[in-house]
Design a binder for this molecule. Structure first.
Ligand SMILES: C[S@@+](CC[C@H](N)C(=O)[O-])C[C@H]1O[C@@H](n2cnc3c(N)ncnc32)[C@H](O)[C@@H]1O
Length: 376
């Protein structure tokens, strides 16, 4: 029985992961390094937050003057509306405020705003945050929060994992600037990949290795405990449509001949590169083994996107997503691809007919198709 409860808790759709201060600081610094005025005069919205203890709110409130912000808005989602309810925390901040309402505390979202030195301390900082309950529960899809989105210049948050696609749609409905956290694999979603391919969204500066550590509220799903705080490692990374320098640093690569001679990967050294059976391109199993002098289409791992420099390569498409075809390039028609799959794998159901790259009759990992840009 106890085990059943534990696994139920583990499987509940849990969106309660809280981002660490240092992770926010490291990433945001990359945009400031590129453009020190990136936030100057801007209104920043932090939706899907928990402003009383969120590091997003703390970080931007503390840097309000430093960044030259015009306005900071942060909203929370009502406790009763959350998928995963564990350990309701009522902050002193709330209970000691004249705004406190025993009925609304669990059912309404909250909005925190920072625009002025409300306590007349001589500086605008975290102590100047003013708040009240929202009309509704703070759902980012509500008209109330949509109006805040429309007012904002830049949206920064770690959105709920379970609603990531909706969140992306929500941002792009108004083509807002953003810095957000998402799962690495989200780049393969059909709602997300075209945005990346068309340079409307890109990887943040923080590297993709090792995932990110978040504070978790689910005691049944913890990877480590640090100073009494439950932490979970999630394969999350930053995404943005704001410029940062790393994005324009080309990868330093060897020629195809040098890779064959010297590559540290045994799959490439002395063997070379395989041509796909079903794409007119070569299989490149590691980003650092991309040959610098190959002009054709190359299938590279998804993690290539961490290092993608749009001046160096163009993204043409992705294997295993037939619904993406027709966007820029197509090597085979859907029907031809499917026919080829039947030929290769015999019967339907053995493999899905989702256009994975195939080498010598064997399906390879999911790949992104790229081509070197011709230098003008
Ligand atoms: C991954 S957590 C991130 C929290 C915080 N931004 C941080 O990183 O520290 C996502 C938050 O979104 C909230 N949430 C879930 N569904 C939501 C919705 N439909 N609208 C607004 N917030 C939502 C969750 O309750 C959770 O607090």
């Amino acid at each position: 029985m106890a085990n059943k409860k534990l696994s139920e808790a583990k499987n509940a759709k849990n969106d309660e992961f809280y981002t660490q201060y240092e992770d926010i600081q490291r990433e945001v610094n990359a945009y400031l390094e590129y453009n020190p005025d990136v936030f100057r005069g801007k209104t920043i919205l932090l939706p899907c937050d928990d402003p009383e203890w969120s590091n997003f709110t703390r970080f931007f409130a503390q840097n309000f003057e430093n960044f030259g912000l015009k306005k900071l808005i942060s909203t929370s989602f009502a406790y009763e509306s959350k998928n995963f309810k564990e350990g309701y925390q009522l902050s002193f901040f709330e209970t000691e405020s004249p705004e406190y309402d025993e009925d609304k505390t669990k059912t309404h979202g909250k909005i925190f705003t920072l625009t002025r030195d409300s306590n007349k301390s001589g500086a605008i900082d975290i102590d100047d945050l003013e708040w009240h309950y929202l009309e509704g529960d703070g759902d980012f899809r509500s008209d109330e929060v949509k109006a805040l989105r429309d007012e904002a210049d830049i949206i920064v948050t770690n959105p709920p994992f379970s609603l990531y696609r909706d969140f992306i749609d929500w941002i792009f409905e108004k083509e807002k600037k953003f810095i957000i956290i998402g799962n690495k694999n989200s780049v393969t979603y059909k709602e997300v990949f075209p945005l990346i391919m068309n340079n409307k969204m890109w990887s943040g500066k923080t590297g993709w290795g090792g995932g990110m550590w978040f504070e978790t509220k689910n005691p049944a799903d913890v990877d480590k405990v640090v100073n009494g705080i439950n932490m979970k490692n999630v394969s999350s990374v930053w995404f943005s449509n704001i410029e940062h320098g790393k994005r324009h640093e080309p990868l330093s690569l060897m020629t195809m001949a040098d890779n064959v001679k010297f590559s540290k990967h045994k799959e490439v050294r002395d063997k070379g590169y395989s041509h796909y059976d079903n794409y007119d391109g070569i299989e490149v199993p590691f980003t650092d083994a991309i040959p610098s002098d190959y002009d054709g289409i190359m299938g590279v791992p998804i993690s290539f996107l961490e290092k993608y420099c749009p001046e160096q390569f163009e993204i043409l498409g992705m294997c295993e997503n037939l619904d993406l075809y027709g966007l820029k390039t197509k090597v085979y028609t859907t029907q031809e691809c499917q026919d080829r799959y039947f030929e290769l794998f015999g019967k339907k159901g053995t493999y899905d007919l989702n256009a994975a790259g195939v080498v010598d009759g064997i399906k390879v990992y999911q790949r992104i198709l790229i081509r070197k840009r011709v230098q003008e």
